[in-house]
Ligand binder design. Structure first.
Ligand code: PEP
Ligand code: MN
Length: 264
């Protein structure tokens, strides 16, 4: 994979005075929930509205996402608020459906990045697309596997690429849900300075009280953006309740976060 400034060009469509902000619920739950959150985030620092439609859950039997109907709600959120929309894709069929509903940003989740067959299938389904494609780090602290996933997408001629750092799973008990292991994304950034790097403090911390601190750490390291889970009623969210913040909490965070601009 070449190191090319072309990789950064899609960021120019956003306000570069700010980090790129992606926010919205962990999961789309109901049409009303999706639209309420989207309207609260309209006219804020948020450029891209996220919601998971297909949810990779650790154990079976729980809420696994609303599926295709959620794409209709996301499309409506885009029409009503003007924000771009983002969702997670894990199979070629997810990609096909997301493209049918004109989803702007497709991200590959941490469990999927750990599976090269799945990433290749997604890359093939997206080949040549001009959609923005973001790839999270794999669940395990393996830079080569993350780079391999990026290469599969790059080789499929996907130009609007970026990466999301969401921390790494460990059996060790720490204050984090997923340990940041900052040296791994920093090494990635050193090797591919032109690849936009976004931090996911929600999945790193697993705890809404720590989200601002980790966001600031990422901005201090010159990350290009943040993806932050945001819900109107976080405690009653159907997934990842402990880490989601309210729209007001998110807006307040942006009053306090100190932005650091790229020195180029
Ligand atoms: C998510 O973004 O809700 C998600 C499932 O994240 P991850 O793939 O990082 O666990
Ligand atoms: Mn989540």
């Amino acid at each position: 994979m070449k190191n090319t400034p072309e990789l950064r060009t899609w960021l120019n469509d956003f306000n570069l005075e700010h980090p790129l902000v992606i926010a919205g619920p962990c999961s789309a739950e109901t049409e009303e929930q999706v639209l309420k959150i989207a309207h609260e985030l309209k006219n804020s620092d948020v450029s891209i509205f996220r919601a998971g439609i297909w949810k990779p859950r650790t154990r079976p039997g729980g809420f696994e996402g609303v599926g295709e109907i959620g794409l209709k709600w996301l499309k409506k959120a885009k029409e009503e608020t003007g924000m771009l929309i983002a969702t997670e894709v894990a199979t070629a069929n997810h990609v096909k459906l997301a493209l049918e509903y004109d989803v702007d940003v497709l991200w590959i989740g941490a469990r999927t990045t750990a599976n090269p067959f799945a990433v290749q299938e997604i890359a093939d389904a997206l080949a040549g697309t001009d959609k923005i494609v973001l790839i999270k780090n794999p669940v395990n602290p393996d830079l080569a596997l993350w780079l391999g996933g990026i290469e599969r997408l790059y080789n499929a001629d996907i130009k609007k690429l970026g990466v999301i750092h969401r921390g790494f799973s460990s059996y060790e008990k720490t204050k984090y849900r997923n340990i940041p292991e900052w040296q791994i994304p920093i090494e990635l950034q050193n090797r591919f300075p032109d690849l936009p790097l976004i931090c996911d403090p929600s999945h790193i911390t697993g705890n809404r009280d720590m989200v601002q601190k980790v966001s600031q750490q990422a901005l201090n390291l010159n990350y290009d953006g943040l993806i932050i889970e945001t819900h109107i009623d976080p405690d009653n969210a159907w997934s990842d309740a402990a880490q989601q913040v309210t729209p007001d909490h998110l807006k307040n965070m942006f009053v306090h976060l100190k932005m650091r601009k790229k020195e180029d």
